[in-house]
Design a binder for this molecule. Sequence first.
Ligand code: NAI
Ligand code: 13P
Length: 361
Amino acid sequence: MSTNESQSAANETQRMTETQHMTQQPRVAVLGAGSMGTTFAMVLADAGCDVTLWGRDAAVLDAVETTHRNEKYLPGVQLPPMHGTTDPAVALRGASIVVVSVPSQVARATLESMKDLVHELAAPDAVVVSLMKGVELGTDKRMSQVMAEVLDLPDERVAVVSGPNLAPEIAARQPTATVVASRSEATAQRVAAACSTGYFRPYTNTDLVGVELCGAVKNIIALAAGMAQGQGLGWNTLATLITRGLVEITRLGLALGADAATFSGLAGMGDLMATCASPLSRNHRLGKHVGEGLTLAEAIKATGGTAEGVKSSESVLELARAHDVEMPITAGVVEVLAGTLPLSDLAATLLARPQKSEVAG
Ligand SMILES: NC(=O)C1=CN([C@@H]2O[C@H](COP(=O)(O)OP(=O)(O)OC[C@H]3O[C@@H](n4cnc5c(N)ncnc54)[C@H](O)[C@@H]3O)[C@@H](O)[C@H]2O)C=CC1
Ligand SMILES: O=C(CO)COP(=O)(O)O
């Protein structure tokens, strides 16, 4: 970009930011046009934001722009008016909120490729928000850490949204609640105000670590729940997995400095219940396919969409080991997916562990 071009882009960004402050209609860029990115774009637009959805598939984004539909990821859903583009500059220009909703393992590369545009084109105080529920392989970092690192952001410009938020149900405008977490309460409130609608109620929380870990680890427990269901096991097994799964999430969270209250909340127990119980969850479905005897590759193909728990199970287990935290269900899921433990032995392996007190940690 020449000096003149960058000056005129800066002027345009400044003009858009001023217009937003006058109209109180935040301009939001949503990066990632899959099921959750599109769904959250819908929530933001319903809440009155001026939304531009960015993705890679020109046909999908053309349809979002012209007919306000995304038949590939949200078939049959009529979206509110919003823009669609494959050009990140168009999405980011003047955005005061930038939402990131790509699969966790490609978040770093996606953000690296847009880093300069975010700094040049988004509002100077833009908040970057993760919808992603995964932990990066190799670094074991949470998505807010990846965003802050790549984009060089201070705490008050980073937030996450996590809760019992199965995209197809939100897209049908069924009522649900969520948690907007940021170390800055003011930032969490700003994002919550932008996404509050008659069917979507955000609560704020400053426990970023806890909220984010809940979202990532519940996917692994949902894989286990799906496997159990695929094996024909019933409600007792499911309830045991959910309850002891929450213990694993809590243990890891507390070791990493999270607030105990987060785990019984929407991002903790709430999302764990929704994901472990619902066939709409890709993690649950993938686990079920494995439980029914498909190989991992077959199960991934049969599931479709992003099942974050498959890869995050490895990074979460590494994180647990690094902090000396016991996570037997997670370890079992990792072994079953790696093919080093037959699924038929998983329950016996978990139940054969030494007897212990339920509440001893
Ligand atoms: N679908 C759901 O119900 C919910 C999903 N989430 C989280 O949202 C995140 C995104 O998931 P979904 O939208 O559901 O996934 P999806 O599988 O529906 O869509 C993924 C999107 O990412 C894009 N993508 C894939 N590789 C890419 C790359 N290398 N660069 C750029 N874009 C790429 C795909 O083209 C697609 O648009 C995940 O972390 C998931 O855990 C959170 C809450 C609910
Ligand atoms: O996170 C989700 C619901 O809150 C969606 O779960 P899946 O990614 O397993 O579909």
